[in-house]
Design a protein around this ligand. Structure first.
Ligand SMILES: [Zn+2]
Length: 372
């Protein structure tokens, strides 16, 4: 869904993108402002004035969402969590941060700063609408923006994942109890309860034509989305809890070394003798020059294993990512682009310990979770 987006540029070093779905919403917002809101609240103006004011309003509307997401992003960066980018799309925006916060108070501040900044911005827009009252249309556009930002703050504080309110609730429970999983469980149940109410009220308004939460179908869809997200968050909390405190170094087996001039068949024999490792380090004059993996071998036909040397088939060391043995397994699994990095070289004090595959990491994680 977030794949097809246009890059707008960078703010404070953070890449900003907008999703194509947003253009549709921009049209809707402009249309609603130009044909309904402004003509009702500031009548007797020309349609050009309404249109221009509405376009400005729509741009500032997306500026408001960007402001909200930037607040999250900058707070995350304040705590040393890298931010990949901010994407605006039809449901609002999302600041993609590299990993989940490690501490409860960090999650609390990263989550709550969004709604707080929306409230502040809402106040600023309202203030502008009072002070800058030389034209009724300008007053109404800023007043509308003020209301929108307050609605944004309130909507985001509702207690459902991945909304800010759900995160704030989880962070508070986590902060008080010190128990991450317990806190997530109760925040997830609250989110699921809330989503259930939304779905029910959506059906209610479909049957009784009672627009308690606006359009019934929208409410049902949003409720289902939040229900699903609340469950997913609980699952990933189980994963995090099950894997916490396990370091990558814990999983590395003693390394099997092969030499660059060896034929593949011989190298494979050595790897099986070394305990059936799926990857070996290629060592030339005491230095690691690459790794040889089962995947490298699969690319060659069996018949060639006697003639092709390790050097031809291996992955050069420059293309292998290095991780420290002390790194947290959970964080490595979260942060790596594992499709591009199926193997990692694990080091300790800059000394290579061995090679570990993505499959080993995931397999271990799954076994670990089954037993907890
Ligand atoms: Zn937010």
């Amino acid at each position: 869904m977030l794949g097809s987006s246009i890059r707008l540029g960078r703010i404070a070093g953070i890449e900003i993108g907008i999703n194509y779905s947003l253009l549709l919403i921009a049209l809707l917002v402009t249309y609603q402002l130009a044909s309904l809101v402004l003509p009702t609240r500031a009548p007797d103006q020309s349609s050009q004035v309404y249109l221009i004011a509405s376009l400005v309003g729509a741009v500032l509307f997306f500026g408001s969402i960007l402001w909200h997401e930037l607040a999250h992003a900058l707070m995350a960066r304040f705590y040393g969590i890298p931010v990949r980018r901010i994407v605006l799309f039809f449901l609002g925006g999302v600041a993609e941060i590299e990993r989940e916060p490690r501490r409860a108070h960090q999650e609390f501040w990263i989550a709550i700063v969004g709604p707080l900044s929306s409230l502040v911005l809402g106040g600023i827009f309202m203030g502008v609408s009072y002070i800058w009252d030389n034209h009724p249309v300008i007053v109404e556009v800023f007043y509308w923006l003020g209301i929108i930002n307050v609605i944004l703050a309130v909507f985001n504080m509702t207690p459902g994942f991945p909304l800010d309110g759900g995160r704030v609730l989880r962070a508070l429970l986590w902060w008080i109890s010190g128990k991450y999983l317990w806190a997530t469980r109760w925040a997830s149940y609250t989110g699921q309860g809330f989503a259930g109410l939304m779905i029910l009220s959506g059906f209610g308004s479909l049957f009784f034509q009672n627009a308690l939460f606006g359009s019934g179908l929208w409410t049902i869809l949003l409720g289902m989305f939040l229900m699903n997200a609340a469950k997913t968050h609980l699952q990933s909390a189980h994963v995090r809890d099950g894997l916490s405190g396990i370091s990558v170094g814990h999983l590395v087996r003693p390394r099997t070394n092969v030499q660059p001039h060896w034929p593949l068949g011989y190298a494979l024999d050595m790897m099986s003798l070394g305990g059936g490792a799926s990857a070996a380090t290629v060592v030339d004059n005491g230095e690691i020059v690459g790794i040889l993996t089962i995947e490298n071998l699969r690319l060659m036909s069996h018949a060639m294993w006697g003639n092709v040397t390790v050097e031809t088939a291996m992955t050069p060391i420059g293309r292998i990512q290095t991780v420290d043995a002390a790194s947290d397994l959970y964080e490595i699994l979260q942060s790596l682009d594992l499709k591009r990095q199926p193997y990692l070289l694990v080091t300790s004090d800059e000394q290579p310990l061995g090679v570990i595959s993505h499959r080993d990491l995931v397999g271990y994680a799954e076994r670990q979770l089954r037993t907890t």
